[in-house]
Design a protein. Structure first.
Length: 132
């Protein structure tokens, strides 16, 4: 298996790693809540948080499952961020990762549904599709 850091742009890796470290120190409330369910392999696979891959920082990643979980705040609804998220998803799909997205509100107010969807992706992974 390829080490994930090897996918990162070597010129950007150091700065992205520092951003990731800061993000781990200062998680959003939703990220912290979800991490309480993902940490220590509680769902049957190991997740890392704020992990650098390519030119991005994934909120949560299971390298073994090739699964990335993103927790999106309101700014992800802005048109330029929507385009940026689509480009990011395409690149991460290129590396073989599946991406599942949740809003902060879903994590904070419907954590059972979020965990169920994650468990389904771990148990019955869907192949990556190039169609939207």
């Amino acid at each position: 298996m390829m080490d994930s850091y090897k996918t990162a742009d070597p010129f950007k890796y150091t700065i992205l790693k520092e951003f990731a470290r800061e993000n781990r120190k200062n998680p959003t409330q939703a990220e912290e809540q979800l991490w309480n369910y993902l940490r220590n392999g509680q769902l049957g696979t190991v997740f890392k948080r704020q992990h650098v891959i390519d030119n991005y920082i994934a909120d949560f990643i299971s390298i073994r499952q090739k699964l990335i979980i993103e927790v999106d705040g309101g700014y992800h609804n802005l048109s330029n961020q929507i385009n940026s998220d689509e480009e990011r998803t395409e690149m991460l799909n290129h590396w073989g990762y599946r991406i599942i997205r949740f809003t902060n509100e879903e994590v904070l107010f419907n954590i059972d549904m979020v965990i169920e969807k994650i468990k389904r992706q771990i148990t019955y992974p869907k192949p990556i599709s190039s169609t939207k």
